[in-house]
Design a protein around this ligand. Structure first.
Ligand SMILES: Nc1ncnc2c1ncn2[C@@H]1O[C@H](COP(=O)(O)OP(=O)(O)OP(=O)(O)O)[C@@H](O)[C@H]1O
Length: 257
């Protein structure tokens, strides 16, 4: 394990009945690095996220966080160790304010339950910390807005802010850019680079190839659960196996003819 390695998957597989959703996948993620996890629909990307975050237990293989084996540990335990995630579909508390959403996330780190100890979350210290996080993600001006009223771009920032409340060293971002306008994409890219520079390792699932290639230091490509390529964005872009996975064999032949 190198000094900067945060996360490592070793020969990880997940079967659902007879379906091999993820098969024998190995890769690692370092501090200050963005690793793009890409592949066509159904390739196994979200299943990888679910195994890393503890929502699913691998059928085979091992997952390490800073050298400690974490596969099969409960979600809350993995989150409190320092692995945060966002979801494809945003899930804030819509009726709470932006600030309260972060206070709740900070409270969950302490108490590991959503609805207990509400009053204890509401301390001066928690409020200050929540404001600092909102400042970082550019939502401080909207602290008192109801989360349900935010447009999608800001909801995605709020999701990231909630994940940051757990002070993660690894951040799993699941299609954070989907549905955003170019201006919002640029702002979110800047934020993600800033988070990386603060010492976090980021694993990014992204269908927008331009965004994924632009942000990632390295990429891993899955297809039908198997890892078909890994390397720099440039090497991935020109890899015939990757082109074939995205376009399909027929299309490639067609394109070549
Ligand atoms: N809980 C489950 N039970 C059964 N099959 C599942 C389950 N979760 C995922 N799958 C299947 O596993 C395969 C991989 O799915 P996964 O969601 O990981 O792919 P993905 O790469 O994230 O796809 P997308 O880009 O469309 O989100 C798919 O065939 C999917 O239908």
């Amino acid at each position: 394990m190198s000094g900067s390695e945060l996360l490592r998957l070793e020969n990880v597989s997940k079967q659902f009945g007879g379906l091999h959703a993820v098969e024998d996948v190995s890769f690692s993620l370092n501090r200050n690095e963005i690793l793009g996890l890409i592949g066509p629909n159904g390739a196994g990307k979200t299943t990888c996220f679910n195994m890393i975050s503890g929502a699913l237990k691998p059928t085979a293989g091992k997952i390490f966080f800073k050298g400690t084996r974490i596969d099969g540990l409960p979600i809350y335990k993995i989150a409190s160790m320092g692995i945060g995630r966002t979801f494809q579909i945003v899930r804030p508390f819509y009726s709470l304010s932006v600030l309260q959403n972060i206070e709740a996330a900070l409270g969950m780190k302490k108490y590991q339950s959503k609805f207990q100890y509400w009053q204890k979350w509401d301390t001066h210290h928690t409020r200050q910390k929540a404001l600092e996080i909102l400042e970082k993600v550019g939502l401080a001006d909207m602290a008192d807005y109801r989360a349900g009223l935010l447009p999608l771009g800001n909801l995605r920032r709020l999701e990231i802010a909630r994940a940051l409340a757990l002070n993660p060293e690894v951040l799993l971002l699941d299609e954070s850019f989907s549905g955003l306008r170019q201006e919002e994409i640029n702002k979110l890219s800047d934020l993600i680079l800033k988070i990386k520079e603060s010492g976090v390792g980021i694993l990014l699932i992204e269908h927008n190839m331009r965004v994924a290639m632009g942000l990632s230091d390295r990429m891993v490509v899955l297809d039908h659960g198997r890892m078909i390529a890994s390397g720099s964005p440039d090497s991935i872009k020109n890899d015939p196996k990757v082109i074939e996975a995205y376009l399909g064999k027929g299309e490639k032949k067609h394109a070549a003819s």
